[in-house]
Design a protein around this ligand. Structure first.
Ligand code: CAA
Ligand code: NAD
Length: 289
């Protein structure tokens, strides 16, 4: 099977990027949101990112226009029924994801491959909810999708070899380097990255260092492009908290998974990072103020 028509569910931070790279590599894309406002915002982000890539001479105007022209927005899940691949990138809530997968299992054509961009949940749980676990795979892209080269391709114990191979080929077709990962919490990257981010927060909670000094330490001392606090703001404090809460609920004995009080407090205050304009830092649009 050749993947030509791609459905993307959720046009937020990740979904808009996934829709964009799929369209830029020649696929027809249908992107679904639940509200018109969110859809308009997501499509606006795609336009802005394409314009930036044209400005930087990474894409020609023709290619950018062609990519945008291949994207259709919808509020109706039924418009994804004949997609060859559906990539889900909605909020990190397993209950909401499972409800969605049950619906996708009912409406999509039998050959559709279902893929989740989840940061932390077991892909197999969503495969079970869909009623077609052999056609379920993880496709975990990294933020910002347009710039980060990696995609983790996650095989569950039920994913068929054919679906896994198709998913890897799709990752390559959209210009990423796929790595294979098992269906374990956090796969490869987040299992290392998220406990590191949480430990940075605990360091600040203990009063051992400031947010700014931790970030300076990791950028200047280790050459990381962003320190852990800038990165948490970039990823979203709500998403980071959901990841830790999910892991902690599954394995309360692991101290690495305990959600830091500082993170819980910020999320309760609506300080979600770049997306809300304030997190550990203040943000103006996509840049730190
Ligand atoms: N589309 C198009 N262009 C973009 C863009 C996008 N989405 N995002 C940034 N750019 C452009 C910027 O506009 C900028 O252009 P100018 O130089 O003309 O201003 C250029 O790319 C570089 O961006 P920045 O100025 O922001 O500078 P940077 O050098 O810091 O690069 C970065 C940005 C590539 C994001 C870099 O900071 C980086 O690699 N950060 C780490 C990101 C990371 O670790 N991601 C993984 C997060 S974890 C995850 O994703 C998994 C999970 O499940 C939570
Ligand atoms: P986000 O909050 O920016 O976007 C989620 C979008 O999904 C919102 O626009 C919301 O309106 C929409 N949505 C919610 N329910 C929906 C439904 N039933 N149908 C259609 N749209 C729906 O979140 P995000 O950061 O883009 O994260 C999306 C997924 O990607 C999560 O599973 C997250 O763990 C994962 N992820 C996030 C990052 C990151 O850095 N933020 C990186 C990799 C993976």
């Amino acid at each position: 099977m050749t993947i030509q028509k791609v459905g993307v569910i959720g046009c937020g931070l990740m979904g808009h990027g996934i829709a964009q790279i799929a369209a830029a590599s020649g696929h027809d894309v249908v992107v679904r949101e639940t509200e018109q406002g969110a859809l308009d915002k997501g499509l606006g982000r795609i336009r802005k990112s394409l314009a930036k890539l044209v400005e930087k001479e990474k894409l020609t105007q023709d290619v950018a226009d062609g990519a945008f022209g291949r994207i259709t927005g919808t509020l109706d899940l039924a418009d994804l029924a004949d997609c060859d691949l559906v990539v889900e990138a909605i909020i990190e809530d397993l209950g909401i994801k499972n409800t969605l997968y049950a619906e996708l299992g009912r409406i999509c054509k039998p050959a559709t491959i279902l893929a989740s961009n989840t940061s932390s949940f077991r892909v197999g749980d969503m495969g079970a909810a869909s009623g077609r676990p052999e056609r379920m795979v993880g496709l975990h892209f990294f933020n910002p999708v347009q710039l980060m080269k990696l995609v983790e391709v996650v095989k569950t114990d039920k994913t068929s070899d054919e679906v896994f191979a198709e998913a890897k080929a799709f990752g390559e077709a959209v210009g990423k380097v796929p790595v294979s990962a098992s269906d374990t919490p956090g796969f490869v990257v987040n299992r290392l990255l998220v406990p590191y981010m949480a430990e940075a927060m605990r360091m600040v909670e203990r009063g051992d260092a400031t947010v700014e000094d931790v970030d300076a330490g990791m950028t200047l001392g280790c050459g990381y492009p962003m320190g852990p606090f800038t990165l948490t703001d970039y990823v979203g404090l709500d998403t980071t908290l959901s990841i830790l809460e999910g892991w902690h609920a599954e394995d309360p004995s692991n101290p690495l998974f305990v959600p830091p009080a500082l993170l819980k407090q910020k999320v309760a205050e609506g300080k979600l990072g770049r997306k809300s304009g304030e997190g550990f830092y203040d943000w103006q649009g996509d840049k730190r103020a």
